[in-house]
Design a protein. Sequence first.
Length: 388
Amino acid sequence: MAVVYFDASRLFLRGGRSSPTGIDRVVFAYARWLRARPDVRLTPVWSRMGYLSRLPLKRFDAILERVAERPGAAAGEGVWPALVAALQHPGEHSTCLRPKREAALVAREARGYAAAGLSALASPAELRLEPGALFVNVNHYGLEHPGLLNRLATAGVRPAVLIHDLIPVKFPEYCSPGAAPRHERRIEASLRYADPLIANSAATAHELAEFADARGLPPRRCTVAPLGLEPAFADAAPLEAAPYFVCVGTIEPRKNLSLLLSLWRRLADRLGPETPRLVLIGRRGWENEAVVDQLERSPAVLKYVHEVSNLGDAQVARLIRGAAALLSPSFAEGYNLPVIEALSLSTPVIASDIAVHRELAAGAQLIDPLDGPAWLEALLAAGARRPP
């Protein structure tokens, strides 16, 4: 039976979040898969300052259960029915939906972080490692401490690391301050010690090779393992509504949402009441003041652009399936799961012409992320088509 140490740091520290990011969803999927395997003796761990501590299986299972149940709360809180009503009867809604940062939600997330912090302080000393075991990290957490993977390899534990992207290194302007050097340490440690080293796309593997070459590191074999789809995206019934578009992802600078919101102002000028709605699905991220100003103050955006979060997979799948197109004008991506999900549902995709989209999004309409006129024409053409 294989012995696996699974790094659950991201689930442990962020499991109380109301709207998981793409990496959160990947970590949850791997955790659920490993927990269900009868041929694996699983030891969940979490990382602090480059050292691993055991996470009791009972607590790990409770986290998985909480994450699995969380999306169901959205319908009860009124987000889903309100959005469906607004899309099916757009003429009756003069102002589009915006997420509510209710005190109860903020308090719940704060309690989650506080509980994780207190638990961290009370946790035992570093895990006693078993030679021949496999350490699986698919969340980047802890890898910025160079000694972690070195100690594991020295103890006879094989580190298996999944790299999602090199965005903080290649595009530091899109990330929080300090993210670039932290991520550089993660990538360098992974290139030195990970066995196997895994990338989510050939584009990410190519960037890893470029990084190694630029720093004089020996070339490493990298396995490309594309991300899978949740069952909800295999076959979803479309949401029957007036023409609308969907964009999925955290609201952050690299997503290029300023372009979309500017285009919706143009569409409103040209089409007036016939302007299709845009649904932004995702929580607000960092350094997004310009986008938030447009979302909260632009008359056209307030009237024609919905912003929602905390939807379940089945709800997102229905939204994507019924959309005139899924839009992804990002400047940079490591994978872009929503694009793959849309294509699996036969929903048209209009996306930026970047390496990972050229690799993974065969059949999508790819446009330079700075070519506003081309994006406008694509939106006008797609809006005239109703999905089957």
